[in-house]
Design a protein around this ligand. Structure first.
Ligand code: SIN
Length: 530
């Protein structure tokens, strides 16, 4: 097996991974490993923007309060404080590196999204905010010769001895190599692909969560999956995101009979928290026996729409929908996982030498429901922080000998991969979706368990290993969702009535930790932590 030595090994090339690399670049040889092209991440597709308390009408305290409220009061307050306090500095730094956010005259232009009490979302080129952030970060990364990027390289497993992480096994072109490092940082993003309806790109298969779990990392709050209320629903079109910023700029939801309905469900109407809007849409779909609702922005000026939302306008037009004059058919879709690899506010996990930042991580910042557009900010703030603390790692790869590296691994194949993938994604959508119950979750659990034999092997292609990871992450979501016997935020159990928002009953205010335990029949230890 080929063995390479890095000082720092970052897995993932979205906002958190790139920002982390910039922190480490002057301290040693920094590798960024990514399973596709470096641009192919959820960050690249982020439309709406990045929330930050920089406008004249806003304060850090109000951003803090909105984040806690949207998270249904079970956010970890300390990391939320870090997010809102360090956010402005990270954004101003990004601007100094060349990021172009849209302006009104000389001033930054801020838009509105659900559950924000102020206009605080910066956007770029209308609705291509993520792409602009990736462009700037990649340009900056290119100025450091100490950073090396490896595309189409897939992380199979971590190199772990005595709860210390010494790097990772990487699969590239059917060959496995070991990369040794004193710190390994996961910035692998989310797992929306485990659902048949998702806004996430194909790469979002939960690899980091699953690999970290296998290595012994604690994962937290995996039951909290955010469903974005509005993804395009048209027979021949992809499941394209229609940014919440559309509603921030006045778009209205209408049911199949063209009637408005959001004011019946929440005083803030279209700008209620995402979990509320998604459930309201589902309710209308069921009540009217339809398959979708409509998003209507036709009352705004056509030139304004084309200029403000060029990507959304152009994409919908490609599928014969002119959003300036027609209602757009939409449904909710899986969008973001609030849970993930448990970290402290410095990105540290329970494994020495292993760090995580961005969607793969759970700092507790999002509680039970993420405030819209807080995730790009999270990637910047906690990516930088993970870099700063990874620099201080005391792991020394020389402590392990070459012979300690398992002559990894026989690579297997999965025969019925497409069938498994299809069933898994369908069952997660239907049984573990916006509304769940003990019965639906148990049905999902029993189905997933039939394939648990696949979890013990490594496979020769990225796609097969992704299925294994999707299966593992799905099992973790189901286990946690079964364990949390209440409704809170994005986790809605039809068999438990929902306590009033903001007045949470104490029995729902806890975290759920998941850790590998081979003494358990399904290999998962699932604990409630108060
Ligand atoms: C959107 O543009 O609606 C997505 C923003 C987010 O998920 O934070």
């Amino acid at each position: 097996m080929d063995i390479e030595n890095a000082d720092f090994l970052i897995i993932g090339s979205g906002v958190a991974g790139l920002r982390c690399a910039l922190e480490l670049a002057s301290h040693g040889k920094t590798y960024i490993i990514t399973k596709d092209l470096p641009e192919e991440s959820s960050t690249e597709y982020a439309q709406g923007g990045v929330a930050v308390a920089l406008s004249d009408e806003d304060t850090i305290g109000i951003h803090f309060d909105d984040t806690i409220k949207a998270g249904d009061v079970i956010c970890n307050e300390e990391p939320v404080k870090v997010l809102v306090e360090e956010g402005p500095e990270r954004i101003l730094e990004l601007i100094s590196w060349g990021a172009e956010f849209d302006k009104n005259g000389a001033k930054l232009s801020f838009t509105m999204e659900g559950a924000h009490s102020r206009r605080r979302i910066l956007h770029s080129h209308g609705d291509s905010t993520g792409r602009e952030i990736v462009r700037v970060l990649l340009n900056k990364v290119r100025t450091f010769p100490s950073i090396q990027k490896y595309s189409f390289s897939y992380v199979l497993d971590l190199i772990i001895f005595d709860n210390k992480c010494y790097g990772a096994y990487i699969l590239k072109e059917n060959k496995i190599s070991a990369i040794l490092s004193k710190a390994t940082i996961f910035a692998t993003g989310g797992a929306g692909q485990v659902y048949s309806r998702t806004t996430n790109p194909l790469v979002a298969t939960g690899d980091g969560m699953s690999v970290a779990f296998r290595a012994g990392a604690i994962l937290e709050n995996m039951e909290f999956v955010q469903f974005h209320p509005t993804s395009l629903f048209a027979p021949s079109a992809p499941q394209f995101l229609l940014s919440e910023a559309l509603r921030g700029e006045g778009a209205i939801l209408r049911n199949i009979h063209k009637e408005t309905f959001m004011n019946i469900y929440h005083p803030r109407g279209e700008l209620a928290p995402r979990d509320v809007v998604s459930r309201a849409i589902l309710s209308e779909i069921v009540r009217t026996g339809s398959r979708h609702v409509y998003l209507d922005i036709t009352h705004r000026d056509a030139d304004y729409i084309r200029k403000r939302f060029p990507t959304i306008y152009g994409t919908c037009l490609k599928y014969d929908i002119d959003i300036t004059s027609e209602f757009v058919p939409v449904t909710p879709a899986a969008h973001y996982i609030m849970g993930g690899v448990k970290t402290d506010k410095y990105g540290k996990t329970n494994i020495n030498g292993l760090y995580a930042a961005g969607e793969v991580a759970c700092t507790g910042v999002h509680g039970a429901n993420r405030l819209a557009s807080n995730s790009l900010l999270e990637g910047l703030v906690f990516g930088a922080r993970a870099g700063k603390s990874a620099f201080l790692s005391n792991i020394n790869p020389r402590d392990i000998g070459i012979s300690d590296l398992s002559e990894k691994k026989v690579l297997h194949t999965i025969d019925n991969i497409n069938e498994i993938r299809g069933i898994l994604r369908k069952i997660m959508w239907e049984k573990v979706g916006i509304i769940r119950s003990n019965d639906s979750l148990m049905q999902a659990y029993d189905t997933l368990k039939r394939w648990s034999g696949l979890l013990t092997l490594s496979y020769s292609t990225r796609r097969e290993n992704e299925i294994k990871n999707m299966l593992q992450v799905s099992m973790l979501i189901v286990k946690a969702a079964l364990k949390r016997q209440c409704s809170i935020g994005a986790h809605y159990r039809s068999d438990y009535s929902e306590p009033a928002r903001g007045n949470r009953s104490k029995e729902c205010n806890y975290h759920i930790d998941l850790q590998r335990n081979l003494d358990k029949e399904d290999g998962i230890e699932c604990k409630v932590c108060k």
